[in-house]
Design a protein around this ligand. Structure first.
Ligand code: GSH
Length: 374
């Protein structure tokens, strides 16, 4: 692709090009083998660090620790509109931010008892495993290796997929037109891996230009170091708002991966895993049963058995989790149901105006579905 010459390319484009697959020169082969070995060593070190951190830090009573501390430590994204972002006064907003507030509401009956700790793509899992945070709510994709390496995904609070943004002037209207393009991407993400897969699967050549943070990657794209910028589609909406001339850029139609985003806990504490998991399910069930911030007082008098179980006017479901009977009442009263939280942070009530799409309830054509409280 003409016009750009990236300063740093992480992978040699030749590695992903069938055109170069047959005729590596001996020198190039040695470089490839050295790189492969270095990657193997890096992967082994990384796995060892994860295992060490997991073994050294898991305490089995996170709920007690959080209660004693009097505040939930929430690993958030500090730079992503719609998901996790503080304003100049330090007021945090976002879908993930509100999720942590909901956990705090359930525990403390006070949604403000959360300390938001900004995490990056690269340090987020270590922060969880060392105990610096109790929950990671930072647009994180649920994958097998993350689940297997000391972490537990607790559910999906946003079904996403990866997309691309390009300058309109490039006159490319499909990701398949990006052969030989330089693409800006963030390190330590599934995004980086999917990008390589997509180009390899479509026999296209790729120049990957990697950065530690979203803002660096976006700036590099904006200043023409790359032909395209790629990230989760949800991140593209927020990123587009950060571009000086948003209308000069277009999001391409392809979604090249599944990115089920959701909160994570570390392995080793089933009670905590259940609490975090069921806070999300409670918010979904509340939306499904039309229990919201405005009508929750009224709904406390409901005779509908499902609403009675949800709001704790019947049964001891909160207690089974180690919480109180009114745990869902607290969540809905202080934070809202899933639909309300979606709307205010990423939906029609927000600057992002993202449609519910896959994130609509299963009763409304989407795939958000919570198991029943009973
Ligand atoms: N969902 C992917 C990507 C998550 C991710 O870190 N995305 C970037 C781009 S949207 C981000 O949030 N960056 C914020 C930052 O680095 O400040 C994953 O879990 O690996």
């Amino acid at each position: 692709m003409a016009g750009t010459s990236p300063a740093a390319t992480k992978w040699d484009a030749k590695e992903f090009s069938p055109r170069y697959g047959q005729d590596f020169r001996a020198g190039a082969n040695r470089v490839k083998i050295r790189r492969f070995k270095m990657r193997q060593i890096a992967q082994a070190l990384c796995a060892a660090a994860v295992a060490f951190a997991a073994a050294g830090s898991v305490d089995a009573a996170t709920l007690d620790t959080v209660k004693q501390r009097g505040v939930l430590n929430c690993g958030a994204n500090g730079t992503l509109p719609g998901f996790g972002l503080p304003d100049s006064q330090g007021n945090w907003t976002g879908l993930d931010v509100d999720f942590c507030r909901a956990v705090a509401a359930a525990i403390f009956n006070d949604a403000a008892k959360v300390k938001f700790i900004p995490t990056t793509a690269s340090n987020r899992f270590a922060a969880l495993q060392t105990g610096d945070i109790d929950v990671l709510a930072r647009n994180t994709t649920w994958t097998l290796s993350r689940d297997a390496q000391g972490l537990n995904a607790t559910g999906v609070n946003y079904y996403d997929g990866q997309g691309f943004i390009v300058r309109k002037a490039l006159k490319v209207n499909s990701a398949l037109g990006l052969n030989d393009a330089a693409i800006c991407v963030q390190q330590g993400t599934t995004t980086e891996l999917n990008l390589a897969d997509y180009f390899r699967a479509n026999r296209m050549r790729l120049k990957t230009v990697t950065f530690a943070t979203l803002d660096e990657a976006l700036k590099a794209y904006e200043t023409n170091r790359c032909d395209a910028f790629t990230t989760d589609a949800s991140g593209l909406y927020g990123s587009r708002l950060k571009l000086a001339k948003a209308d000069d850029h277009v999001v391409l139609p392809e979604i090249i991966s599944k990115e089920p985003l959701g909160p994570f806990v570390r392995q080793g504490d089933d009670q905590w895993f259940d609490i975090v998991k069921w806070v999300h399910f409670a918010m979904l069930n509340a939306e499904e049963l039309n229990v919201n911030q405005k009508n929750v007082e009224e709904q406390m008098k409901s005779q509908n058995p499902e609403i009675k179980r949800l709001l704790g006017t019947e049964g001891n479901f909160g207690e089974q989790l180690g919480l109180t009977k009114d745990w869902v009442y607290r969540i809905v009263k202080l934070v809202g149901n899933y639909g309300e939280v979606f709307d205010r942070n990423v939906g029609q009530g927000s600057p992002l105006k993202i449609a519910r799409g896959l994130n609509a309830l299963w009763t409304k054509g989407g795939i958000q579905y919570a198991p029943p409280i009973r």
